[in-house]
Ligand binder design. Sequence first.
Ligand code: ADP
Length: 606
Amino acid sequence: MLTEALKKHWGYDSFRPLQAEAMQCVLDGRDSLVVLPTGGGKSLCYQVPAVCRDGLAVVVSPLISLMKDQVDGLLACGVPAACINSSLSADERRWVANDVRSGKLQLLYIAPERLVQPRTIDFLRDAGVSFIAVDEAHCISEWGHDFRPEYRELRRLRDELPGIGIHAFTATATEPVRKDIATQLGLREPDVLVGSFDRPNLLYRCERANSKIDQVRELIEQHPNESGIVYCLSRKDVEEISAQLNAHGLRTAPYHAGMSDDNRRRNQDAFIKEDVETIVATVAFGMGIDKSNVRYVIHTGMPKSLENYQQESGRAGRDGLEAECVLLYSMRDFGWWKKTIEESAASNQAAATASLQAMVNYCSGVRCRHRSLVEYFGQEFELASCNACDVCLGDLDLVDDPLIVGQKILSSVIRQGENFGIEYTALVLKGSKDQRIRQKGHDHLSTWGILEEEPLQALRDWIEQLISQDFLERVGEYNVLAVTPSGRELLRGNISPRLLRSVDSKKRQKRTTEKLAVDWEGVDRDLFDDLRILRHDLAAQAGVPAYVIFPDATLRGLAKFRPSTPEAMLRVKGIGEKKLADYGEAFLECIRDYCHENEKPLDCFE
Ligand code: ADP
């Protein structure tokens, strides 16, 4: 039954990991807590059973924009759904209420504050509710990153609607948040389903920010006509970077909390509707954006924690196709966050500092990025190589004699009296005649110029790598370097560090391009572009986001197999009966015309 509904409405043949188990819980009426990463396919876990069960599925969702996108998506798949929120007029609300009463709807999206009103609960009591799904369930936990006090009230649902199953969905992985969700919602012996947090389709890379604009521009140019997000640390950066990219002929729009609501909404819409490809934003942008075909997320500064990085970079590639996540970082970002944390009156300064340190270690670290992220969130990473990060793809070359290099650096730190920072130490090792160095007499140290043949940037990188591997630490107000106990072991030759050189950007880009091309195999790119334009126009006519018409994966499928008939079209993933009826002919015509003009064969199914 589930498989049939999945095929009929969504046009998919198989489930993603844990989807079938999660759907079974809903069918059986057993409470559940489902933790899947962004893009794991959580929505379908309650949408498919809602279609298969009698009665009305009620979905709690925190943001109006999220609800609207989900409802648009469901309607496009031929599933009767609606939402009730403050954006509706009194008339519209009455229509929805009528549809609920007459049993027309299968899913109803509703904001938490409205759901817990006595009037709404009374109304739902008579509406034949089959189950309740709580989306973004981590909002209920104070431990989570998006705590919403109104979610706390949801506890009342259990008491007021006692016989009805409750199913919580979140992408937040930490154990305390998970436990908190179950307690706060009053879940009864829930099935807890936790998926793998690895996102194998994301290609992670960290780079030092040297010339930000050029780096960002080069990255965007690797993705012509594709959607992407550029995250900045400040509003000022957003304005400047967006303007500079536009001056270079790219189409970007800025987004930050300092803009007027109208301007913000306009830019967000332009991004969702694909009138602009790139949105340049602060972290204010993202929550509530369901766009599944974000092909790159670039950070122009280091986020304050790995939790934040995972969330923000995770907005890439929700459709499961390859996408690129690049973090441009500098130690200035670290200093800035450290100061911000120290100046804040928050009670959890120690935790914030630890999160920040984990973030720095990730940036300057030399371990597989997928492994680092997955392990940070408490899971094991089983692959020897992810084949999808700068470390595993060999974008970074290992230094041949890391122990000797490490010893040279550490002994310089000691000879300098453990009283200087990264930049100064790098200059001493390079043999700089900087005035400060001469004044201190450090040009007479035996370590002065001991690594003079190496680029200054490599020296800075290695010092950071030694910090991230706990051989050095930054101490005090001025972040001066000090040798740790493990560093002393290194000096004695008992442990060796792993030090990396970066590879030149041309070679790296080639590897990235090859990696990102995997999902394009057999796809006719020109036809894909024609289909994308058609999708854009159809979406504009229907007033829905482009991906509601078809996800990218489906367009690529069409551009690869080039079906000529409705029956053949149904063989492409992501095309259900309703979408075939609504859009089939338009796409078939576009494919036929293209193949005719370009003498390409049709129906290229294996
Ligand atoms: P999440 O809410 O977990 O971030 P979504 O529910 O938005 O993820 O799903 C992400 C994308 O994956 C959507 O485009 C959705 O249609 C697609 N998807 C979900 N389940 C499947 C499946 N079984 N087969 C193919 N695509 C799927």
